[in-house]
Each structure stands twice: as C-alpha cells, then as structure tokens.
Design a protein around this ligand. Structure first.
Ligand SMILES: [Zn+2]
Ligand SMILES: [Zn+2]
Length: 275
C-alpha cells in the first residue's frame, strides 16, 4: 500500500478522467495507493477540500497558507487554528519559506510560517513544510517554534543532505517527490540512499512535478508509485518495503489519519507501540 503524502486534489487536471476526481483516485487505488493527504494552498480552499474528504474515506486534508500565495490579509494564529479545527485537518500547511521567488516578501513569509508553527503546536498537529533556498531561516523557526514530539515533514525536498539530517534531528520527516526521478537529480538520489528509511515519506505534489516517464504531463496521485520505485532501486530494496515503511511513517507522523489505516498497517503500528 502506498500513501500520497502531499497532493493538491482540488487543483488536478482531470481532463484525462472526464473531469471526475473519483476516476483519478480510482486509477491510484488500482495501483495500491490507498491514502491521500490533500494539501491546502490557502485557507479559503479548505472548505472545498473538507468536502472532498467527506466524500472519500481515504482522503484527509491539511489547513494552511502557502508561503508564496498572495493574500489581502495575513491570517492570524487564531484563524489558522479555527480553520483547521472546523474542517478536521490532520496537518497544518502547506507552510514554510521559499526564497527562490519573491511574490511574497521574505519578511511576510517568515511571519506567516511562524504563525503556522505556533498554530500547529497549539493544535498538536504536524506541519507540511515547503522550503526552498531558505535553509537557515527554515531550520531556526522550526527549532524555535515546533514541538519535536509532533514534528512535521519537509515536503518535496530538494535541498542538501546536511539540511535533511538536521531536520530529522529536529523530529522531521523528509518527503521525496517526482523530482527524485529527474535525470539531473543525482544529489537527491544520493539523499534517497542516505536518509534513514524510517524518516522518508513519498508524495506527488500533483498536479505539479510529474515523475519520469510522465515528466511534462500534469501529475496525478497514482504516480507516487514511480517515486517509491525510484527510492527502492536506489536503496537496492523491494518496492514493497518502501511502500510499507513510508506508509507506516505517514501514520506515525499524521496520527490523526491513523484510524483510516488498513488492518495490516494498524497491526504494525500497534506492534511498534505507535497506536
Ligand atoms: Zn510546496
Ligand atoms: Zn504542494
């Protein structure tokens, strides 16, 4: 069983599926992808995501505001908390810092990320963190405002091994996307071999960043299997082992989603004393 730990189900290109989200999810289910964490880009999207989650037993959602999403008014800590509670989010995000682009100033991103971390700690929910070219500020905010017992994930990770190791030390998981399959991503494949397997998650970040051999097409949740397959080949282990371990990791981190886990996964979580 695979989990897509970060997808934007409200933004998928469904033209290959007659406009039906269900058909895209069915294509993923047919490949053994049985849990989807639908990630919010802004708080206004959360009610729509919550509607999707109500309609699908295997969908859970996050609540948050992407670092580069332009808004008229920055949400307060209370607004983030209230939105997450009202819509039963299992995670806060996506949040973080992206200094590669400057659509939102660094100062505004910094304050926004801080508020999300405070809200997450208050709710005891993990954070889904987007980080790009913002290593020091990302780590220092996590160090200061995140609870290592709750933690989070650095999603769609593309930074270096040192940063990943430091994040792991702070109680975080590292999530790899289709980028790991790209021809020029040698350092990321090296990281896929080096990071302890019990700290790795997999995701699509669909509709963005489709993996090889689908690169250039709109991405979709079923292609999380290609990400897992790349990790399995890099580490010289079976696809099953990557599937099992990244699934267990997912429920270890996003504990509020654990009631949705299969019998088999719940048994191994129970065995590890995690539920
Ligand atoms: Zn992101
Ligand atoms: Zn995303």
């Amino acid at each position: 069983m695979f989990v897509d730990s970060h997808c934007h189900l409200d933004r998928l290109d469904l033209s290959a599926y007659g406009g039906e989200l269900d058909a895209a999810l069915d294509a993923a289910r047919a490949r053994d992808v049985h849990q989807f964490l639908a990630i919010a880009v802004c708080l206004d999207d959360v009610p729509g995501l919550a509607r999707i989650a109500r309609q699908h037993d295997d969908v859970v959602i996050s609540a948050g505001l992407h670092p580069l999403h332009v808004v008229e008014q920055e949400p307060s800590v209370e607004a983030i908390v209230e939105c997450a509670e009202q819509h039963e989010a299992v995670a806060i995000g996506e949040t973080g810092l992206d200094y590669h682009y400057d659509g939102v100033s660094r100062e505004a991103q910094f304050e926004r990320f801080k508020r999300h971390l405070i809200a997450a700690t208050e709710l005891e929910l993990p954070v889904s963190v987007h980080t790009r070219e913002a290593r020091d500020d990302t780590l220092s905010l996590i160090r200061e405002y995140s609870d290592p017992a709750i933690g989070g994930v650095l999603h769609c990770f593309t930074e270096d091994l040192d940063m990943a190791r430091e994040a792991v030390r702070l109680g975080f998981f590292i999530s790899l996307s289709g980028i790991v399959t790209f021809r020029n991503a040698n350092s990321l494949r090296e990281l896929a071999r080096q990071i302890p397997l019990d700290r790795l998650l997999i995701e699509t970040d669909s509709p963005y960043l489709a993996p090889v051999p689908h690169r250039g097409k709109p991405n979709e949740p079923q292609w999380v299997v290609e990400v897992a397959d790349c990790i399995a080949r890099e580490r010289g282990i079976s696809l099953d082992e990557v599937a099992m371990q990244t699934t267990v990791n997912f429920y270890r981190l996003f504990r509020a989603a654990a009631p949705q886990a299969s019998e088999e996964i719940r048994a191994s979580l129970a065995q590890a004393g995690l539920i």
